[in-house]
Design a protein around this ligand. Structure first.
Ligand code: SF4
Ligand code: SF4
Length: 141
């Protein structure tokens, strides 16, 4: 069984199509969706663990690309600029892996980099742009 964490970007034109369901039906793959959200521009982002036989996995990814889905592996590093962070907590509502969480009772927003999947959802919601990407390790597949 082959398994990988993926970040799927769905352009607005295809965001309402049942593309992901076909991975099970047509390619015998299994998925576990950690987070799915629609961004203000109407495009969708889905973070999932996808598993299956390697041959089916490749076919499934080919199918996704043919539908217009952009696929990235979790190969990028996210960091927080602590000087910019104003501790508003917005990022904790979108983080699928709880890498960003509120520590109680201090009510401090903590970033645990070792739990980060690199999905970038926090970047879109952070008002002062405190969450940053180290681009050199991002891998599109
Ligand atoms: S990129 Fe941001 S939202 Fe995604 S897992 Fe990492 S900290 Fe959480
Ligand atoms: S959304 Fe940005 S400013 Fe707000 S707590 Fe998260 S990292 Fe800090």
């Amino acid at each position: 069984m082959y398994s990988r964490m993926l970040v799927l970007h769905f352009p607005a034109e295809i965001v309402d199509k049942p593309i992901v369901c076909n991975l099970v039906k047509d390619f015998d793959l299994r998925f576990n969706i950690l987070k799915a959200t629609i961004l203000p521009g109407k495009e969708g982002i889905m973070v999932m663990e996808l598993s299956g036989h390697p041959k089916n996995f490749s076919k499934g990814l080919k199918y996704l690309r043919e539908q217009g889905v952009e696929i990235k592996t979790i190969g990028q590093e996210i960091q927080r600029n602590d000087e910019r962070c104003m501790q508003c907590g917005l990022c904790t509502a979108v983080c699928p892996t709880q890498a960003l969480f509120i520590k109680r009772p201090e009510m401090e927003v903590v970033f645990a980099a070792d739990k980060c999947s690199g999905c970038e959802l926090c970047i879109a919601v952070c008002p002062p742009r405190a969450m940053e990407i180290r681009r050199q390790s991002q891998v599109a597949i």
